[in-house]
Write a protein that binds this ligand. Structure first.
Ligand code: F6P
Length: 357
């Protein structure tokens, strides 16, 4: 008998259900007797023993369904070792619930923070297999995370929609794209949507260079300019600050986000009309696109294969177009970022896209 726990942790994204379906189908189609337990709301469910037994039917019809059938929550890694408000040792509680159900393995779907805790549980002796989810695509050890392509589609569609209205009114438009502290989503959606300026955290911007790029477009007869700005974009001045200085700077910060600051600076320095659009969590919502459905299903199937082979302590990743097994200790605690010298950035610059650098 194989007894598997499943949980989805951190911010949700598209194709979580598709990935779990891949794991479940891979196991249930094997010759093994399988029991599946779903922990509710991420690590919370594992800590407090909130779970449900899952049947084959639970995985039917969810390939295209967004969100997660198990629910998710953020349980920060840095507080995992702290007792909860009732003095409960969370790590011990997770181990206890794992052993109480006599689990063979726990399959954890998550991003960066989730992987730190997954690795901690591995170090504590639990059998763990993980799957890389996040619209940010910032997980080390895999070229791609599921959710990313679907989010690129949504952010691109947003830029497409903005194009027509920007052209009609001859305005400067900023579309603020998610991605936390990395720029993969903004870079890809920006290029796909034909943005003129792309600002990402990995390439701190100089506002005067941004304005020069806008002016150059105006001089060439363009009536509008579109900026794709990562929510984590940072100016050259702010990037140079020490941690302490940056903390103070953020305490006094008067804008809802960096896009509004950039909009204000463009307005003040050029008098041009600027509008900001923030698609926000829509980028994580709705059905996974076909790419993510296939991709997450493949990752899920490989997770099932690992379990059937009795191999644990791996994240199933994707490197050079191949599904691979990456040791969890290599993944945990590392951030994958856009390389400012990568060919995609060079090619974007060849197309005339300004990065404000
Ligand atoms: O990590 C995914 C993500 O959507 C980031 O792009 C974003 O910064 C963050 O989560 C938003 O988190 P929350 O849903 O907790 O507001």
């Amino acid at each position: 008998m194989i007894r598997i726990g499943l949980l989805t942790s951190g911010g949700d994204c598209q194709a979580l259900n598709a990935a779990m379906r891949g794991v479940a189908k891979g196991l249930l189609n094997s010759k093994e007797d399988v029991e599946l337990y779903g922990f509710l709301d991420g690590y919370k469910g594992l800590i407090y023993g909130n779970y449900k037994m899952l049947q084959f039917s639970d995985f039917s019809g969810i390939l295209t369904k967004g969100g997660t059938i198990l629910g998710s929550s953020r349980c920060p890694f840095k507080t995992m070792r702290d007792p909860d408000e009732n003095g409960l040792d969370k790590v011990e509680a997770m181990k206890h619930n794992y052993h109480k159900l006599n689990l063979t393995c726990l399959v954890i779907l998550g991003g960066n923070g989730t992987h730190k805790t997954a690795n901690l549980l591995r170090e504590e002796g639990l059998n763990i297999v993980t799957l890389p989810k996040t619209i940010d695509n910032d997980l080390w050890g895999t070229d791609m995370t599921f959710g990313f392509q679907s989010a690129v589609d949504i952010a691109t569609q947003c830029i497409d929609q903005i194009h027509t209205t920007a052209a009609s009114h001859g305005r400067v438009f900023i579309v603020e794209v998610m991605g936390h502290k990395v720029g993969f989503l903004t870079l890809n959606a920006g290029m796909a949507g034909g943005a003129d300026i792309i600002l990402i955290p990995e390439i701190p911007y100089d506002i005067d260079k941004v304005i020069d790029a806008i002016k150059k477009r105006t001089e060439r007869g363009s009536r509008f300019t579109i900026l794709a700005v990562a929510e984590g974009a940072i100016s050259k001045e702010a990037a140079k600050m020490s941690k302490k200085e940056y903390k103070k700077y953020m305490e006094d910060y008067k804008y809802p986000s960096v896009s509004y600051e950039i909009a204000d600076q463009i307005l003040k320095k050029t008098g041009m009309e600027v509008r900001v659009t923030v698609p926000g969590h829509t980028q994580r919502g709705g059905s996974p696109d076909p790419y993510d459905r296939v991709f997450a299903s493949r990752l899920g199937a490989e997770a099932a294969r690992l379990i059937l082979e009795g191999k644990y302590g791996y994240m199933v990743g994707y490197v050079n177009r191949e599904i691979v097994r990456v040791p969890l200790e290599d993944v945990a605690g590392k951030l994958k970022m856009v390389d400012p010298d990568s060919s995609i950035v060079r090619e974007a610059k060849m197309l005339g896209i300004s990065f404000g650098d």
